[in-house]
Ligand binder design. Structure first.
Ligand SMILES: Cc1cc2nc3c(=O)[nH]c(=O)nc-3n(C[C@H](O)[C@H](O)[C@H](O)COP(=O)(O)OP(=O)(O)OC[C@H]3O[C@@H](n4cnc5c(N)ncnc54)[C@H](O)[C@@H]3O)c2cc1C
Length: 430
């Protein structure tokens, strides 16, 4: 008999939810987390869309350590000497189930883990699982961590983007550099009312998400982000590893220049940097996903590449939570039926296919390739928009031009064919 019904590797977003579902159903569950506490090694931008976690904890925002409800969206096309910003507010963002919140992963992940522990899951912290244990038929039947071997009917890998276990579990080759990005983030402490005033929020519990394309990554594939927390601002850069490796700018320099841009400098002025972190981001989409189940094993969240960056929206946490919930429920079903083989666990894939998770990834399967080749978005378009706006708003006593002439000149610079090609590509992929 196995030591546990289920073992979960990793306690980020997916892991504790899978553990919660199993424990709630009366199964014995062990969660092994390499950090000394949940969230110790985790990082996100970050805003969590609430819909999927509300399916697990309906009033989660009342008890979870969320920072601010996001009620303002900004997207900027940033050139070195200008910044064009779309600014959007809508009461739709306040509707129950359509709401989203900024979070800091230290406190947030500890809260998630506490919910799994309260439901009865056992936790071991500070141990990284190095190896999966398999029986003579090749079925995963547990884990090896340090000198211990612990067995389970089902093992669920929720160990994030840099999984050392995924290729042992299923047929999954090493990710290519075009399928992952690198992110760095700094958190600046500021008084709540200063943040509220700087982002024009209605109160100290409401805030802004702000994404940047263009000069934030020095014209390379990627972007900048800003999220307001209650008493701090999260600021960072995500850039394609391939682009960074082939470019002349280290990401640390991008971050320094980003902070020095007048719009950003004004935002964090007087703030004290209280956190600096780095993490990888899976960006390959559906085409980079490993098989989601193997004999005795399932993958959920970033370990299964369930993260999407469409330029205007970044999502991973809500997918990880939904997948964690479905993995936990599927494991319960398979254990009860006495079949935790790849066939018995197939119900997990079926649930994902029936849900927004795999439907989204299927719909946006071309987005990573399109975004990776959309070079003009990161330099030419921010410059073009900046020039058009300068043409409209900078008055120096010289005869002014018609807007149509300013636009025509700038469009010629890029080429009408290129503009049409990009518009068509964007409409197809996004
Ligand atoms: C810079 C950046 C910005 C982002 N912005 C957003 C955003 O705004 N909104 C959004 O929804 N998503 C965002 N994401 C993506 C999001 O953070 C991830 O998709 C999400 O955290 C995935 O959750 P997870 O549980 O799968 O993995 P993780 O949260 O990475 O958790 C994995 C856990 O497994 C543990 N672990 C790893 N290996 C082992 C091992 N061998 N043994 C034991 N434990 C192990 C880790 O310590 C960690 O606790 C962002 C990501 C980055 C890097």
């Amino acid at each position: 008999m196995a030591d546990f019904d289920a073992i979960i590797v990793g306690s980020g977003c997916a892991g504790p939810i899978a553990a919660y579902e199993l424990a709630k159903a009366g199964k014995t569950v062990l969660v092994v987390e390499r950090g000394n506490f949940a969230g110790a090694k985790n990082m996100t931008g970050g805003r969590i869309y609430a819909h999927s976690i509300k399916k697990v904890f309906p009033n989660f925002e009342e008890e979870a350590p969320v920072e601010r409800r996001i009620t303002r969206e900004r997207i900027s096309l940033m050139a070195p000497d200008s910044n064009f910003t779309f600014d959007f507010t809508s009461n739709q963002m306040e509707v129950e189930g359509q709401d989203s919140y900024s979070v800091l992963r230290g406190p947030f992940d500890q809260w998630l883990a506490s919910k799994a522990e309260e439901a009865g899951a056992e936790y071991i912290y500070g141990i990284g699982v190095q190896q999966l244990v398999k029986d003579e038929s090749g079925k995963v039947c547990g884990i090896r961590a340090e000198d211990d071997e612990i067995t389970a009917e089902v093992t669920i890998l929720c160990d994030g983007v840099n999984s050392v276990l995924a290729h042992q579990a299923v047929d999954f080759s090493q990710l290519s550099t075009s399928q992952v990005a690198v992110g760095i983030k700094q958190v600046f402490a500021l008084p709540a009312d200063v943040i509220t005033n700087r982002v024009l929020a209605a109160s100290d519990t409401e805030g802004t998400s702000w994404l940047f394309a263009g000069d934030a990554t020095k014209g390379l594939f990627g972007g900048g982000f800003m999220y307001t927390n209650r008493n701090s601002i999260s600021l960072g850069i995500v850039a394609g590893i391939e682009a960074v490796a082939s470019g002349i700018y280290p990401i640390s320099q991008m971050m320094e220049d980003f902070k020095a841009h007048p719009d950003i400098a004004a935002l964090i002025k007087g703030g004290e940097m209280v956190e600096h972190s780095g993490h990888m981001v899976p960006e390959g989409g559906l085409n980079s996903m490993p098989p989601l189940v193997g004999d005795g094993v399932m993958l959920a969240g970033d370990s299964a590449m369930m993260c999407v960056n469409l330029g205007y929206v970044v999502r991973g946490m809500d997918y990880a939570i939904a997948a964690g919930q479905m993995a936990g429920q599927a494991a319960v079903r398979a254990i009860d039926k006495g079949d935790t083989s790849v066939t018995g666990l197939q119900c997990y894939v079926d649930m994902l296919k029936d849900s927004f998770v795999l439907k989204d990834f299927e719909k946006f399967s071309n987005a990573p390739t399109f975004m990776g080749g959309f070079n003009r978005m990161f330099e030419a378009y921010p410059t073009m928009i900046g020039n058009i706006m300068n043409g409209m708003f900078v008055i120096d006593g010289q005869p002014i031009c018609h807007v149509r002439d300013i636009v025509k000149t700038e469009m010629k610079e890029i080429g009408v064919f290129n503009l049409l090609k990009d518009a068509r590509g964007a409409l197809k992929a996004l």
